[in-house]
Ligand binder design. Structure first.
Ligand SMILES: *Cc1c(COP(=O)(O)O)cnc(C)c1O
Length: 394
């Protein structure tokens, strides 16, 4: 017996739910890439991405996934042999670093933990020790989707400034843009990158990279530049150069609609919605954790991200929970990644998500815990509902 028929709930941390209106915006014929409509649409997307990144600078749009955005970020500012400091806080900064290593950069990982955010004091200490300024760039993720921690980017910026170090600050905002504040210019970020398919509610296939004036200056002498990713080429006079080829038209139609939806809600309201849905999830997890099997992966409450929650399953495999939720309830949870593979599941509350989607997902998890007789504290969903009811008054 299952109760899985009906709309599937995709509760994985990317790709995330695409609003019907965004899907509908894509359902139209291709258009002449030189037509006024297409040029205007592309221009408006470039302009409005600035609002989302919190920058006055140009945001480059690539037909690529997040990994493409990673490569775009590196090739524009680094040279073979450059030393890059990777701030570990889970899996994603490490993966970004591995890409730089393959491009011929020298990678140093500032060791962190799968269960904690980056400690800015350790960043400052490492940079102070680099008296010769051999480190050219520092890479960090705002939200690590594997561990589900959130890093304090302004505090890391302060650490770099306290050490008086000139390295570029490069930030991956794939799992945070649209979900929480991101202020590229105010926070002194040199290179920021993101993808379309997480908080931005657009299908996978677009990557975005923004560069500070300092990054643009270093770009001029970067040795890893290649034509497809190159900022200078994309700054050229012909509209076609903006995408180094045919614009990804349908993804731009989708992005335009998704940004309209985000601006209509209001970015601050969207951040608040993410905070509330994340906290509701944590209230449920905290109850379940009373049974000593379920636990938060991120140990410090203030380091738990607003877009995804990583839930440890101690002493047994999480797979039966994932299977039950999917096969019996129609809810697809995220698997554990990296060191947490086979040890955790993840609940996404990112992008196009509302209270019933989160409560429904939590309900399916609680149902799985009961059906599988996994020890857990009762009333997780009730705690989530109680929290939301108190924060969202009539
Ligand atoms: C999903 C994700 C990526 C990778 O994006 P892809 O589109 O899968 O290449 C990079 N960084 C973070 C933080 C992510 O969550």
């Amino acid at each position: 017996m299952t109760v899985a028929n009906g709309r599937e709930f995709l509760s994985i941390p990317g790709p995330t739910n695409v609003p019907d209106a965004v899907l509908q915006a894509m359902h139209r014929p291709a258009v002449d890439i030189y037509s006024g409509g297409m040029l205007g649409l592309g221009e408006s997307c470039h302009e409005d991405l600035k609002r989302i990144f919190g920058t006055k600078e140009r945001v480059y749009i690539y037909a690529a996934n997040g990994h493409g955005g990673w490569e775009a970020a590196f090739t524009n500012v680094l040279s073979r042999g450059d030393k890059v400091l990777v701030l570990e806080s889970g899996r994603f900064a490490i993966g970004w670093g591995e890409m730089a290593a393959m491009l011929g950069c020298e990678i140093e990982v500032l060791p962190g933990s799968m269960r904690r955010a980056v400690d800015p004091a350790r960043v400052e200490e490492r940079l102070r020790a680099d008296k010769a300024h051999t480190i050219k760039a520092i890479m960090v993720v705002q939200i690590d989707t594997a561990s589900s921690c959130v890093n304090d980017i302004p505090a890391i910026r302060n650490a770099i400034d306290n050490a008086d170090h000139p390295a570029l600050l490069m930030v991956d905002a794939v799992a945070s843009l649209g979900c929480m504040p991101f202020k590229m210019d105010d926070w002194g970020i040199d290179v920021a990158m993101a993808g379309s398919q997480k908080g931005l509610m657009t299908p996978p296939g677009l990557a975005f990279v923004a560069a500070s004036p300092k990054a643009k200056e270093i770009h001029k002498s970067a040795g890893l530049r290649t034509m497809y990713w190159d900022w200078t080429f994309r700054d050229g006079p012909i509209s076609y150069q903006k995408y180094c080829g045919t614009p990804p038209e349908h993804l731009l139609f989708a992005l335009r609609k998704a940004m309209d939806i985000l601006f209509e809600e209001g970015q601050e309201n969207a951040y608040r919605r993410h905070d509330l849905l994340a906290e509701a999830t944590r209230r449920a997890v905290a109850r379940w954790a009373e049974g000593q099997v379920i636990a938060f992966n991120i140990t410090e409450p203030c380091e738990r991200s607003p877009s995804v929650t990583n839930v440890l399953v101690q002493g047994q495999s999480p797979q039966p929970i994932l299977d039950y939720a999917r096969d019996k309830c129609g809810v697809v949870l995220g698997v554990g990644l990296g060191d947490l593979s086979g040890k955790a599941f993840r609940i996404a509350h990112m992008g196009h998500t509302n209270a019933p989607m989160v409560i429904g997902t939590l309900g399916a998890v609680e149902m799985a815990l009961k059906a599988l007789r996994i020890p857990h504290g009762n009333g997780g969903v009730e705690a989530a509902i109680g929290f939301l009811a108190s924060e969202v008054p009539a």
